[in-house]
Design a protein around this ligand. Sequence first.
Ligand code: ADP
Ligand code: MG
Length: 682
Amino acid sequence: MVNLDKEVQYIKGVGPNRVTLLNKLGIYNLKDLITYFPRVYEDRGKVKKINELIDGEEALICAFPIGRMNEVHIRKNLALYKLVVRDETGTCFITWYNQPYLKKQFQQGTKYKFYGKVNFKYGKIEMQSPVYELEDSQKNTGKIIPIYPLTYKLSQNTIRKIIENGLVEVEGKLEETLPQYMLEKYHLYDLNTAIKQIHFPENFEKFNLARKRLVFEELLSMQLALLSLKNKYEIKAEGITFSKEAKMSDVIDVLPFKLTRAQLRVLEEIDKDMESMKPMNRLLQGDVGSGKTVVALIAAYKAVKSGYQATIMVPTAILATQHLESFREILKNLGIRCELLISGISKKKKEDILQQLANGEIDILIGTHAILEENVIFKNLGLVVTDEQHRFGVRQRSIVTEKGKNPDVLVMTATPIPRTLALILYGDLDISIIDELPPNRKKIETYAVTKQMEERVNAFVAKNINEGRQCYIVCPLVEENEEINAKSVTELSEFYKHQIFKNYRVEYLHGKMRPREKDAIMEEFKNGNIDILISTTVIEVGVNVPNANMMIIENAERFGLAQLHQLRGRVGRGEYQSYCILKYQGNSEVIRERMKVISSTNDGFVISEKDLELRGTGEFFGTRQHGLPEFKIANLFEDVEMLKQVQEIAIEIINQDPLLEQKEHQTLRKLVDEKFKNRIEI
Ligand code: ADP
Ligand code: MG
């Protein structure tokens, strides 16, 4: 049997340098390597005629050189090599830069294949830096070539070669992960064939079969894991029956606004759950700004008035602080004590809080991951709320719930996903949806602009600030590296601060700062003492500053649509007309389509559906944004049908063999265990 844990440094072709680069891609061992699936494939098999070429496409042609290679020295160190080639339908200009050895490569009267990107320029057809070979050679063309996602400094050729070497090691030796009967019943490739064909498919039919098998396995193990989890809840002993006397209306009556119908409906569902004996496991979905916080607050009130404690877990200190303020404001006359637990507070303060929590003096604890720590002990935790669910995994959720005795659980997310999908993906939860925004919200005007518009954008920002408003400027994450992000944010803000907006108050915020610093700046921004706040996506979730009516997003093309929508939700919270300006670079079809979608609608459901559709399998803009499980190969948009089928299969299996104990299900048991073990967040 092959050792799939074998470290990647022992694979042929991988030196220390490449180990680091591979690690960056999340590839540590042989298993990671062979499951690093291609993003797309180039069909270098089908020769096109020159007169069939389309501007912008990558294509393969087969043609004769006409005349000799032309060499032009544009400037020092820059030489252009031009070759004119022709087939029976037309002429194409092939260009390369700085490759003098090419001069001797081509013979007149011999046919070559060229594969590269086609450009139509000044009425001519051009192909730039193509790969090429003799007509009957099959090395670089003539087959389907895998293109891998994100490779940083590894070239496609290099990673392809490394993966090829990895495949040689496992060839025919992979242990089957699905039961034999399943392979037969559903006509699935065995694992060895699937892995080989997914990387280097002989043809597209085999690719499709390979993909089908791998998607099937991935979705099935996710479904089985979810159902096992649900089983676990249901087997669980009695939950808490919260008191009918603790009335949600006590809070509703003192709110400064009228709840929407959707909020009321959702509260009714929660109320019912809380009063029943069964522990609540409910997902609350609602678009950004739909008012989920107040729902959590009202539920927490009910828990407290029934004699229990409640906790709200949120992903950032800023958000926790903000929630604390609004909770205290609303609950101030109702005799309820709320406290904050984040890693930034002093040791003394923390000790006090832990003690008061343990003896029951604190009713509602709002905090970050700090709540997960072992020494955080509640007297009688009755309700657990996690806000912005996509930042937490199932595991973290269960750590908190274990701090109580079968407490009720409410999971909140701003990521609207189509209901059918939600039912399957959150198979372990009941679902409530807030599908209505509070009244009088103005549509956030969204514009996607290129570099040329920069000055106008800046002038627009200045004008709004002069009228008393405030502005966010958001920079993208670079390679998920906080160090670099901090730098790019600092650099950009220096530029804005000392040049563009030197007459305004500009500050910045990034993930590397200490929580206390961050809070101080956020506080200043909230109080209107900062005009422009530059930041990374730390402000993505939940922050509420109604006077800020503009958001500028730098390099918007690097964000996923769902994330842009989340970010945009920071504005449009007050009485002012709000604007979101997306500065983008690049001219690809997908980028333009994304920009079009986000500018044309404010409906989170539409956006998330589009996002699923536009996002290719395994693309950089991770599923993490959706709070959906991360898939290596499945694509929830393309594979919805398969997902439905697989869910039925999974239900059947679990009904018949809940703990996957039967002999024929041993492989499945293993898959599920692995899902839990590898912190793959289901
Ligand atoms: P999200 O669902 O994104 O977490 P929030 O709970 O932060 O949204 O609510 C956004 C804003 O809307 C807050 O300022 C909140 O006080 C306000 N809000 C919530 N519900 C209502 C309502 N029914 N009417 C008016 N404003 C509301
Ligand atoms: Mg929120």
